[in-house]
Structure formats: structure tokens, C-alpha cells
Design a protein around this ligand. Structure first.
Ligand code: NAD
Length: 428
């Protein structure tokens, strides 16, 4: 049987523990989520029938501050997945030195099967069900897979209705008109872009000749591909849940984004309408995209995409994890032995939560920053922490994933030591 996601996530923690001196108590606490809530959400569908959806919210650890994490809508959402995502958020927030613990939420649903009004009722119903578990100083929500700023707006509004006060700080990733931050919509990709630039420079790669494949063409993946394209990198392959396209001479990413906006898939992009003849291309599967002979591979879709089954076929020299958990721990070992440099999710995709933090700060202060100010704050933090993770990897001669966990663990350990273990049941 394959390991649960959370058990797999813990393998990375154990590896980092070889290099960090942490109390047994702190370690024991970090192995388990602090609180997990499971709710059923009854929704009146447009046809008048009642459907019950399963939802979750997990606060993994709140030693460094209130829980922070996105909400995912996907048919495969389970308590194990949400707990693992909350675990990663705990380490990501510590790594970026944000004053947050880690949390996550999700609903087991295929949102593509719902009408807009059903989606709104489900989002409001989810908040109704978890309202006592969340809050501006307790646990703050954000977008994740198949959720967006419109949904975040509904969620914040519903929470404000329940609490009878405007509460913008309980949800980040909101529309600008509802207290959202400039730059939040592109934050994950922008943050990853800084990490990629810093790291590829260290390995003397030149943008114009660096080939890139991006798996996933949603919020994070499409923006990632476009930023790289505009900076001069050669993005040769992209994919979404329906399949992918590959052109060794490079793809025209803005056209693909435009096509996807109107047709909702990338695979037909060069075969229909006006963009058809721009560039010769090959239609490929997602599996093929992962094993292309490229310099840089960017998984930006879902977890467990590179496993022990396909790791030995990966040809990319560098992998930047924009998705959460796209590589299993057993695949990590194979990639390491092949000399492939893997840059971990908790660093690479941390731009999203970093600007979420800036949004939360702005909501609490009622003072809003310009896009330039937000971009500058994001850039400084991403580069600073990437350099810190790189230094630790050089010092201990470990890979970037272990190094990132060492860095985060040190911060978590410091906070836990300062607070004590909060063991309420000790004998006096
Ligand atoms: P999204 O829903 O906007 O996009 C997901 C994309 O993945 C879609 O293009 C979908 O078609 C594609 N996809 C789904 N299944 C696939 C498959 N089997 N193969 C290839 N593509 C597939 O989600 P997103 O917000 O872009 O998130 C993507 C990943 O990035 C997730 O792991 C998420 O946790 C992570 N992430 C996102 C953010 C953010 O701010 N959006 C922040 C941090 C991490």
C-alpha cells in the first residue's frame, strides 16, 4: 500500500531532524495536526434536490501565530490530504518567517459540475459550518486548487454576516474591492520566479537557452509560464488536466493563456482558431510532459505526480515545485541519485502565502500598499529566504529540500522552546 500523504510528508521532517537539535516534545507535537474538523454541508441544488458535501479544516500547528492556509475544491480532497497540506503550510510559514502557523481546508467536490449559484451556496455553507473554527486571529483562509478570488469574496462576506462585523482579515486572496491586496493574484508565480532566477544564476544557466516544461495551467502554472516566457526563458511544454502541448523551439504562452480563457483547455490551442499556425507543436500527455528532456521542470498541478514509478525517467536537470507535494519521498531518493536538483514547494510556492500575509496586514491596518510596494516586499523576502536555504544546504551538504526543512524547523523549535510544550496534563 502506498504511504499516506502525511506519513510521506513526515519523512522529510525526519531527514531534517538529523541536522537540527530539537526537543523530543517539540518533535512529538509536530508529528500530529493540532485540530481537524470534518463537516457535512447540505446544499440545495438548482433542481431543488438536497446534496450533502464533505468539508474539512485542519489547523496543524499555531505556535508561531494563527493558522494560515488555502481551501481546495477537488473530488480527491480527503482528511489525509488536508492534513498534509496543513503540515506543509506550517513549515512554509516558518520558512518565510511569517507570523503564522499552518492550516488548510477543502471540500470533496468537482466544482466544474456545479452552477455558479450552487458554488456560491456551497462556499457560504462551508463557512457556516466552520465559522467557530476560524477567525482573523485564529485561522485565515485563502485560495487553492479550483478556488479563486470570487469564492474568497463570498467566504469573507459570509463570515462577516455571521459575526455581524466586516471581517476582511479572515480570508486572503479576496477581490481588490473587498480588501484584497495588489499582487495577490500573481504572487505564487512571482515568488517562484524570484527563486528560479536566483538559483539558475548560481548554476550559470542563461535564460535564452534554458528550456522549461510546466505541468498545470491554472492560477499558478499559467502565470509561471508567462513570467518565464516574458523574461526570455524558452517554455517548450505546458499541460492541464486534459493533456499538454510541446514545441522544442518554444511556445507562445500569452496566446495559450488567451485560448485557455475562452476554451478552458490548452490541448486544442494550436489546432483551432487564429493561433493554429503560430508554432509547430506536438500534443502530449501529462506523463510525457514530466519526462521531457528539458533543463527545468515545473510541476504546478497536483501532488504525487513524480513517484517511484516515473522518477527514473525524469530527464530535467532542475525541478521547481510550484505545486504542493508533487514529488513523493521515495521519488526524491531516485532524483537525488540522478543528480537532479529539486527546489521544494515550501520555498518555491511561498510567494502566495507571503502576499496573503501582506493582505492580512493591510486588512488589519486599513492602509493599502501599491503594487510596486507589494512586489518589492515579496521580492526581498523570497530572495532573502532562498539565499538562507542555499547557505544551509552548502553548510550541511544537503539538498535544498532538507535544507529548507532545517531552516523552518529551527524557527519552529525556537518558538516552541519559548512557549514551552503547553503540556496541560503534567503532574505537579
Ligand atoms: P488551479 O486550480 O488554478 O490550477 C490547477 C491546474 O492543474 C489546472 O490547469 C488543471 O487543469 C491542472 N491539472 C489538474 N490535474 C492535472 C493533471 N493530472 N495533470 C496536469 N494538470 C492537471 O490551482 P492552482 O492555484 O494553480 O494550484 C496548483 C498547485 O499550486 C497546487 O498544488 C496548489 O496547492 C499550489 N499552490 C497554489 C497557490 C496559489 O496561490 N494559487 C499557492 C501555493 C501553492
Amino acid at each position: 500500500m502506498s504511504k499516506s500523504l502525511l506519513a510521506d510528508a513526515n519523512v522529510r521532517l525526519e531527514e531534517a531532524l538529523k541536522y537540527v537539535s530539537i526537543s523530543e516534545d517539540a518533535f512529538s507535537r509536530l508529528k500530529y495536526p493540532k485540530a481537524s474538523l470534518s463537516v457535512s454541508i447540505p446544499i440545495r441544488m438548482d433542481d431543488g434536490s438536497l446534496k450533502i458535501f464533505q468539508g474539512y479544516r485542519v489547523r496543524y500547528d499555531d505556535t508561531r501565530g494563527p493558522g494560515k492556509g488555502g481551501v481546495r475544491y477537488h473530488p480527491s480532497v480527503s482528511i489525509d490530504e488536508v492534513q498534509s497540506l496543513a503540515f506543509w503550510m506550517t513549515f512554509k510559514c516558518a520558512l518565510l518567517n511569517l507570523p503564522f502557523g499552518g492550516a488548510k481546508g477543502g471540500i470533496t467536490v468537482n466544482p466544474k459540475e456545479l452552477s455558479k449559484t450552487e458554488l456560491e451556496r456551497l462556499s457560504r455553507g462551508y463557512i457556516e459550518a466552520i465559522a467557530d473554527f476560524i477567525g482573523t486571529d485564529v485561522d485565515i483562509l485563502a485560495p487553492d486548487v479550483y478556488t479563486n478570488e470570487m469564492i474568497m469574496g463570498w467566504m469573507m462576506d459570509q463570515y462577516s454576516i455571521i459575526r455581524r462585523r466586516f471581517s476582511p482579515g479572515v480570508v486572503t486572496g479576496k477581490p481588490l474591492t473587498m480588501g484584497g491586496s495588489q499582487g495577490r493574484d500573481t504572487a505564487t508565480a512571482t515568488g517562484a520566479f524570484h527563486v528560479i532566477n536566483v538559483m539558475l544564476k548560481k548554476f550559470n544557466l542563461v535564460k535564452e537557452t534554458t528550456t522549461v516544461a510546466v505541468q498545470g495551467f491554472g492560477n499558478a502554472g499559467a502565470q509561471m509560464a508567462e513570467l518565464l516566457f516574458k523574461a526570455g526563458y524558452k517554455v517548450v511544454a505546458v499541460s492541464d488536466s486534459q493533456g499538454g502541448i510541446y514545441a522544442p523551439q518554444g511556445l507562445d504562452i500569452p496566446s495559450i493563456r488567451q485560448y485557455k480563457k475562452s476554451h478552458r483547455t490548452v490541448t486544442g490551442v494550436y489546432c483551432q482558431d487564429s493561433v493554429c499556425n503560430i508554432i509547430d507543436h506536438e500534443v502530449i500527455t501529462n506523463e510525457q510532459l514530466l519526462t521531457l528532456d528539458v533543463d527545468v521542470l515545473i510541476p504546478a498541478a497536483l501532488e504525487k505526480q513524480i513517484t517511484e514509478k516515473n522518477a527514473s525517467e525524469i530527464q530535467a536537470k532542475f525541478i521547481f515545485e510550484v505545486a504542493n507535494g508533487p514529488i513523493t519521498s521515495s521519488a526524491d531518493n531516485i532524483l537525488n541519485s540522478k543528480g537532479i536538483h529539486v527546489f521544494p514547494d515550501i520555498l518555491v510556492n511561498a510567494g502566495g502565502v507571503t502576499v496573503s500575509y501582506l493582505e492580512w496586514v493591510q486588512n488589519r491596518n486599513g492602509l493599502y500598499w501599491s503594487l510596486t510596494e507589494v512586489h518589492e516586499k515579496l521580492k526581498v523576502r523570497m530572495i532573502e529566504e532562498t539565499e538562507a536555504v542555499w547557505s544551509i544546504s552548502q553548510k550541511f551538504e544537503v539538498n535544498m529540500r532538507t535544507s529548507a526543512y532545517i531552516h523552518a524547523l529551527n524557527r519552529l523549535n525556537e518558538a516552541m522552546s519559548a512557549k514551552g510544550t503547553r503540556d496541560y496534563y503534567q503532574n505537579n
